[in-house]
Design a binder for this molecule. Sequence first.
Ligand code: ATP
Ligand code: MG
Length: 461
Amino acid sequence: MSKKIILLVIASIIGLLALSLVQAKLIQNTYQLRKEALIDRNSEILGKIGSYGTTIDSISDAISITFFKDLDGYSLQKLSKEKLMNRLRVINDSLNPLFISAYENVINAKHLKFDLKYHKMLQSIVLIDSLKTDTIFFDKKSKNFKLIGYDFENDDELRLGTSTWETNRTFDKKINGVLKKGSYDVVFKTINYMNMDQANTIILTEMKGLLVTSCCIFLFVIGLFYYSIKNLITQKKIADIKTDFINNITHELKTPLTTLSLATKMLKQQNKNVENKMFIATLGTIERQNVRLQKLIDQVLNNSLGYKEIVLKKENVSLNQFIHTVLDDFEISNTNTIVIQRNICIKNQELSIDRFYISTALLNILENAVKYGATTIIFFLKRTNNIELSIQDNGIGIAKKDLQSIFTKFYRVDNQNIHNVKGLGLGLYYSNQVVKAHDGKIHVESEKDKGTNFTIILPIN
Ligand code: ATP
Ligand code: MG
């Protein structure tokens, strides 16, 4: 596989991966949004639980009344921290079944399509009185002390939010038999969690359409990508086979053609005095056709070289002189068909080029102008940062759709209106390869029926 195709495959795979990542991120975001919406919907239901039934109110009251009494005892140092917390746990545990049955009544009345469980966890209890701030309980992750609700695994829970409850408590205390008022502030922090076993199933069902469409599009893109690359590799293989075949066949044809040419020469020589007109004419035809075939094969062989295979013999050439010589030679062989206007705007410019290759490249373009209907050629030679050579003709022009392809090996425009113009589609390919071998560039501008302008840019080195 050529380097270009490997790079293309790598770039496409990277593109595909990037696309998949973006897609995955979008799906994840949608999942997250839907999950939040589900939590919002359910936290609304759970938020109202307290106001649904008197049972739940009474349970909360019962817990807080008992706990505050214990807290009074703690503030008077009659109860230790551990005992206080143990007693809170015992009260909660004893009232929890009541809470759960009241909660289930509320939830069942809602006819939800899934199990919605709930628990309230204690995060901290802080007691503040005139003497000190006393942290009675603190559990940063709030995983250890369940106040009320169901037991469920931490993994499945969804956090609803934190609530802080701050209150001032006054109570009667007896000091040395005298009744006095005691007072403290207490701050409770709790965290509410809910659990929906089927949360994922619910969300994924909601997202079913999106997931299926994404998968289908993704599979389609992969299929398309696989098909395109496979096609590209097949095309490249066919092109390589074609090029190899042409190179081989032209080489193979050369030997019999040379033998044929020698044989004709010998026949001519040995039959110098024969006056059979038919014989002489046939021999002449064989010779001419042989020469024609040889020329065609040489053209294919010489003009098929890629720019990497061209070995340049560069020399410093006086540009003005070089160009005038090329144009003079061309004019001599096309005297009656073409007029060349020369606009040579530089003097004494030397350039390191391969004389043979550049002149052939220029002649290919000039010959094309004549072949494709031009009566006038305007030739420009100027110097910018580089050397620019332009060959502008007033021929039949090239349609936009063909402009990209005319430098491709064996490409010929389908000029149905000029049937007699023959060629192999190698001239411009060759010119382009020669210019590339000189580190230059070739541009073409053309308008159908108006003319064509080829510009060769060569670096000054
Ligand atoms: P070859 O040069 O190998 O004998 P060719 O002239 O057909 O054959 P190229 O010189 O590579 O091949 O040109 C490719 C095609 O570009 C031509 O078939 C022709 O249609 C078009 N073309 C090239 N030069 C011109 C031009 N000056 N005006 C109009 N069409 C052109
Ligand atoms: Mg040509």
